[in-house]
Design a protein around this ligand. Structure first.
Ligand code: FMN
Length: 185
């Protein structure tokens, strides 16, 4: 198997991170991979907000606790845990937003997110794509925070990617369905 296929097969969603930060050159390589993704009609109507500032991450965590406490029972329970972090304490968090008016923007952003996680894995950096932070960024305070962080007007949260060195081994791969492919030959 070549290296690309090995990285694709090896990548797992990581939910345990070491606190030490990834290097700037690793981050730049990952972001270069993000913007190298294809996009419909090459519109590139995506935006990547890279957060490594602990105060901002804490503000988002506090906001998450606030909005999640009135959510469904399992969500409220998770947010009430003393060590709760919406991003599993990852030292780098990338909020991926896309132009709400653009067509196929969700696909474009998802492809960029996939490039992020594959580039990360190729550097032995753990990652997790998450849509659950949507509840944070859809709230009034979340929208204000996104504005403050420089997310362009009219752009909405598509997903958030947690990044950091893995604390321990990657979990084993979850079984993949094999009955989803038809060959018409
Ligand atoms: C669109 C999307 C949304 C996801 N949202 C979350 C999330 O909110 N929280 C989380 O812990 N994992 C999230 N995941 C990760 C999935 O749970 C994970 O990809 C799946 O269980 C397969 O495991 P693997 O990534 O280790 O192969 C998301 C993945 C995708 C593709």
């Amino acid at each position: 198997m070549n290296e690309t296929l090995e990285v694709i097969k090896r990548r797992r969603s990581i939910r345990n991170y070491r606190p030490d930060q990834i290097t700037d050159s690793e981050l730049e390589a990952i972001l270069e991979a993000a913007i190298s993704a294809p996009s419909a009609m090459n519109q590139q109507k995506w935006h990547f907000t890279v957060i490594q500032n602990q105060d901002v991450l804490k503000r988002i965590t506090d906001l998450a606790k606030e909005v999640m406490k009135s959510g469904p029972e399992p969500m409220a329970k998770r947010a009430a845990e003393p060590d709760f972090s919406p991003f599993f304490h990852a030292p780098t968090v990338i909020i991926v937003t896309g132009d709400s008016a653009g067509r196929f923007v969700q696909i474009d952003c998802s492809l960029a997110a996939q490039n992020i996680v594959l580039a990360a894995e190729s550097l032995d950096i753990g990652s997790c794509i998450m849509t659950s932070p949507e509840i944070i960024f859809k709230s009034q305070e979340g929208r204000e925070l996104m504005k403050e962080l420089g997310v362009p007007e009219g752009y909405a949260h598509v997903c958030t990617v947690a990044l950091g060195y893995k604390d321990g081994d990657s979990p084993p791969a979850k079984p993949r369905r094999k009955d989803v492919i038809d060959y018409i030959r």
